[in-house]
Design a binder for this molecule. Structure first.
Ligand code: MG
Ligand code: MG
Length: 249
C-alpha cells in the first residue's frame, strides 16, 4: 500500500530533505583529490546531527557509516573508509539519508573529483537528466511506471545500462516504503499516483551493461563488467500538476 502523507507529515519530510540537501551542498565544496570517504561521512554526520536529525543509513541493516560512497565502478552502497582516498579523475556517488522527528529524506548525487574524462562527464549528465526525465512524468493521476518508462526512453539513445537490481521507493516514517519504483518500462503500468505520495526516484546508470554484483562485504555493489556507474536521487512529493522536490534547500 502506498501511503498518502498529510501536510503536517510533508512539512517534517521537507525538513529532513533540507538537511540532506545541506550535506550535499557541503559535499559539492569538499569533494576533491586527497579527501577520504570516511571524512565525507563524518562531515555529513555532523551536519545531520547539528540540525537535530540522525543519519538514516547508520545501522540500517547493519550498515556501519552515515552515508554511502560509491566510487567509479561501484554502483551503490560503498562503505566510507579512512583507506579510501579520492583521486583526480574519479567519479563518486554520495547517497545521504537523514531522519528528522521520525521522517526520512533520501538523496544521492554524483560528483566529479577534479578533472574527469569526457565519457564520465557524459555518463553523469545523462544520469542526472534521466532523474529529471522521470520526475517530469510525476503528477496526480499518472501511472507509477510512467516514471520508469520516461527514464528508459531518455537513456536508450546513449546505450548505457540501466541497473535493474535496485529501485526507487516510497519514503516516510520508513526509509524504504512501498512502492518499488523501477527505472525502466515494465508491462504493468502500476498504481496511479496521488497527491501526497512521497517517492525517492533514483536512476542508477552504468556506462557498460546493466549487470551488477555484490562484494563479500555484503554491501558494496559493483558493475559486473567494471564499467563506471552514476547515481542521482531526489525525494519528492506528488502534487496535483507535478511534483515538489523535498531534498532541496
Ligand atoms: Mg538514497
Ligand atoms: Mg533511496
Amino acid at each position: 500500500m502506498i501511503e498518502i502523507k498529510s501536510e503536517r507529515e510533508i512539512a517534517l519530510l521537507r525538513e529532513a530533505g533540507r538537511i540532506v540537501a545541506l550535506c550535499h551542498a557541503e559535499m559539492k565544496k569538499v569533494v576533491r583529490p586527497g579527501i577520504s570517504t570516511w571524512e565525507l561521512s563524518k562531515i555529513c554526520e555532523k551536519i545531520i546531527r547539528e540540525n537535530g536529525a540522525t543519519p538514516s543509513f547508520k545501522g540500517y541493516g547493519g550498515f556501519p557509516e552515515a552515508i554511502c560512497t560509491s566510487i567509479n565502478h561501484v554502483v551503490v552502497h560503498g562503505i566510507p573508509s579512512k583507506k579510501q582516498i579520492l583521486k583526480e579523475g574519479d567519479i563518486i556517488a554520495i547517497d545521504i539519508g537523514a531522519c528528522y522527528k521520525g521522517y526520512h529524506g533520501d538523496s544521492a548525487w554524483s560528483y566529479a573529483v577534479g578533472k574527469i574524462s569526457h565519457a564520465d562527464k557524459e555518463l553523469m549528465e545523462v544520469t542526472q537528466r534521466a532523474l529529471f526525465a522521470g520526475l517530469e512524468a510525476v503528477k496526480d493521476g499518472a501511472y507509477l511506471n510512467d516514471i520508469g518508462s520516461a527514464i528508459e526512453t531518455y537513456v536508450k539513445p546513449y546505450h548505457f545500462g540501466i541497473v535493474e537490481d535496485f529501485t526507487g521507493h516510497g519514503v516516510g516514517k520508513e526509509l524504504h516504503e512501498d512502492p518499488a519504483i523501477f527505472n525502466f518500462k515494465t508491462s504493468d503500468r502500476g498504481p496511479i499516483l496521488k497527491n501526497g505520495m512521497v517517492l525517492a526516484i533514483e536512476p542508477m546508470i552504468n556506462s557498460g551493461t546493466k549487470d551488477v554484483r555484490i562484494l563479500a562485504d555484503r554491501w558494496t555493489t559493483v558493475t559486473k563488467d567494471g564499467s563506471k556507474s552514476a547515481h542521482f536521487e531526489h525525494t519528492i512529493v506528488v502534487r496535483e500538476n507535478g511534483y515538489e522536490i523535498l531534498t532541496t534547500l
